[in-house]
Design a protein. Structure first.
Length: 339
């Protein structure tokens, strides 16, 4: 069959890709599949434009030039950064890898789309909360209200466990063990499961939260909910943190210059563990990293550790005012000029 006369091939392939291939063969998490779905929703709407219907699109409409134009649109019109652009491109690449294997007649186009390159991104410094900054954020929360107590235990749990925000808001009451030794079960990337110990103060806060909400540890129910009684979302958690950081910034000016988001608490946990003398291997396991290499970045951001290392190091800069030898040795000068 001529690909140009098969308008349903794209719809069929996308349905199988999102509904069967990703969840069943690749075992991707629902969160990742939704991210891929959102990418394709944006791409199809862009490819259709104002003059066509999405239902009329074919595989041939998704040429490399269209993909490149879409990526440019993400950055210039939607205001996405290079990292978000690369995430969208990864979802597109994944589909065309699948398409090339399942539909050989589209293999040549799939190979051309797969040649669309990722964009290099700037490596920003990691923003995390110092101890006094985190203390100011927590102490600024009004715990006389149910919402305030929920916010407090959420942020405290994030700092205790170093959990990703999706891991925290996905917690069920049955994931908690508050009897000795207290732990919480977290489900990370790649469906990896890990147990994280809980500090006594965190256990006390969780027990108060369960009493406030009437939740039972024996029945699986979402641990964190919004004011409507539905599970808290990533965006809701981000707004909670940002609100309390803005409030604390009035008392702690250093917070005004930091880009704080839920993942910053994960970084704060890692730096706190590092400063407390915990080895990198344990930190990597604590955070659920795939390998110890990822944890090495926290050594680089620990300014206190850098200052301590600098204080221990002996100065090597010469205090002499005597000109260096290369400026006074005519033979050496002649050789340098000949290079």
């Amino acid at each position: 069959m001529n690909p140009a006369t098969a308008p349903n091939r794209l719809a069929t392939a996308l349905k199988r890709f999102l509904g069967e291939y990703l969840p069943q063969q690749r075992a991707y998490s629902p969160h990742t599949i939704l991210s891929y779905r959102d990418t394709w929703k944006l791409l199809l709407q862009f490819a259709a434009g104002r003059k066509r219907r999405v239902a009329d699109l074919t595989v041939l409409d998704l040429a490399p030039s269209t993909i490149t134009a879409f990526l440019h649109h993400l950055e210039t019109v939607r205001g996405n950064g290079a990292a978000t652009r690369n995430v969208r491109l990864s979802a597109i690449h994944s589909f065309f890898e699948y398409l090339g294997a399942e539909c050989p007649e589209h293999l040549a186009q799939a190979q051309r789309v797969l040649s669309v390159p990722f964009k290099r991104t700037d490596q920003r410094t990691i923003d995390y909360l110092e101890a006094e900054e985190l203390r100011a954020v927590l102490e600024g929360i009004d715990r006389s209200t149910l919402a305030g107590r929920r916010d407090y235990v959420l942020l405290a749990l994030l700092f205790n466990t170093g959990a990703r925000i999706q891991e925290a808001i996905s917690l069920q009451t049955t994931d908690l063990r508050l009897a000795a030794p207290p732990t919480v079960k977290l489900f990370g990337k790649g469906r990896k499961e890990r147990l994280c110990p809980l500090w006594p103060e965190t256990v006390r806060l969780l027990k108060q939260h369960l009493a406030d909400t009437g939740l039972d540890l024996r029945e699986p129910q979402p641990l964190f909910r919004n004011h409507r009684g539905t599970p808290l979302t990533r965006f809701g958690a981000r707004l909670i943190l940002q609100r309390h950081v803005r409030q604390a910034a009035k008392q702690v000016p250093s917070l005004q210059h930091k880009r704080i988001h839920p993942h910053s608490l994960r970084h704060s946990t890692a730096v706190h563990l590092l400063k407390s003398g915990v080895d990198l291997s344990t930190i990597a396991h604590w955070l659920g990293h795939a390998g110890i290499q990822t944890a090495h970045k926290y050594v680089a951001v620990d300014l206190e550790g850098k200052r301590a290392a600098l204080a221990k190091a002996q100065p090597v800069l010469s205090q002499s005012t005597k000109p260096p030898r290369w400026r006074t040795d005519p033979d050496l000068l002649h050789w340098l000029q000949s290079l």
